[in-house]
Write a new protein. Structure first.
Length: 135
């Protein structure tokens, strides 16, 4: 699954996550694709991070569809998507975590679908890339 979302830089030194936004959501998301540097050149680690991002974007797209059905304006949805996309992978601060812990775990500050409190996947690597997300 993650292999389809991975892309190497032209020099082959960095790996990126790239995912096409479904056609029915382009107006609300404001982009045709989501693109992010994965912060590693290790293919194994990049696959783990890409899997997490793929699952997370699946949930994000479903949440965007729900918001459009609820009648939210595309501008409101776009602002929320931008905030979520830009916050993915940043260390969650204690005020942003439900349980108030200060683990420094790499998670989105707020899950796209409101999620549950249980982590679905978490991996750590030797170079410090840590992935965790809740759905």
């Amino acid at each position: 699954m993650a292999r389809g979302f991975l892309q190497r830089s032209r020099h082959g030194t960095r790996l990126y996550f790239r995912r096409r936004v479904p056609g029915d959501l382009v107006d609300c998301v404001g982009k045709r694709q989501l693109y992010r540097a994965l912060g590693t050149s290790d293919l194994g680690i990049a696959r783990i991070v890409a899997r997490a991002l793929a699952a997370w974007t699946d949930a994000l797209f479903e949440q965007v569809r729900t918001m459009t059905k609820q009648g939210k304006k595309p501008d409101e949805i776009r602002a929320q998507v931008d905030e979520l996309w830009n916050s993915w992978g940043t260390p969650a601060s204690p005020q942003n975590r439900r349980d108030g812990s200060t683990t420094g775990e790499m998670t989105p500050e707020s899950e796209p679908n409101g999620g549950s409190a249980s982590p679905a996947d978490e991996r750590a690597s030797e170079d410090g890339v840590r992935v965790g997300f809740t759905l």
